[in-house]
Design a protein around this ligand. Sequence first.
Ligand code: AMP
Length: 302
Amino acid sequence: MPRTSGLFRTERLSAGACQTDRTISMRSVSRIDEAREWRARLSGSVGFVPTMGFLHEGHLSLVRRARKENEAVAASIFVNPTQFGPSEDFARYPRDPERDTRLLSEAGCDLLFAPEVEQMYPEGHETFVEMGATAAPLEGARRPGHFRGVATVVLKLFNVIRPTRAYFGRKDAQQLAVIRRMIRDLHHPAVIVACPTVREADGLAMSSRNTYLSPEERRAATVLHRALSAARDRWTNGERDAAELRRVMRETLDSEPLARIDYVSVADPDTMRETDVAASGALISLAVKIGDTHLIDNERME
Ligand code: AMP
């Protein structure tokens, strides 16, 4: 697949290995009309990675995958207020735009779209994507309105970038299911590409929110992966009773005094409906509060 079409990609390659020039070659815009103008010049495939910034290897793995599979790559950084509840961490969500810009450029991104809230939600904005059953349980129950905000902003970003393919992490498994449902239901032409969860050496799934954890909480946070692994081991040894897998996860999480369980789940990965039998492909997931920080993780049984 050709990888060098489009003005900005060509500039990036001609800049050679020089870090500064590579950074300059990524176009960084904050206005919708500028992003549309960038898109209008491209006739080949466009890969898109929507993010809330404060980037880590998980985000960058999506950008690299998009780079491999498309002629041009766009990423967005937008901390979307409509997906945060009133008591959630919108104001204190970590931000580091300069570092993010450098990392995106180094990962091969051609366009960074980083709009202000007023660009995405101008005065008078009143239209939202209403999600159904896929968005109702688990994160949807814990965070009312969250997926309405996610679906709305993703569709708005898709309408600006018009991606051929859009890349999402499996770490946010219900978000992936909700986006896939929306794309099907609204006949959107983008192809949704699901990418593996990138983890720290001790198994903790990378997350911008890990930065909230104190050293003691960070140690405790490994319990999420340990609980999933305990259930996975049972599944590998033939256990298919979903109630037993939930019990194993609870038992492991209960062994960590700093962890408070929000939910443990064994569900269908497309509908997010709880299941009695953990057949091949079942999604086991959990959400835990450690200190003031909500952490989620999941694994597919396959
Ligand atoms: P966020 O900035 O948290 O909204 O995440 C932006 C995208 O990165 C979403 O598609 C996430 O699922 C994905 N992502 C976040 N953390 C990871 C991770 N550890 N591994 C893979 N993808 C991730």
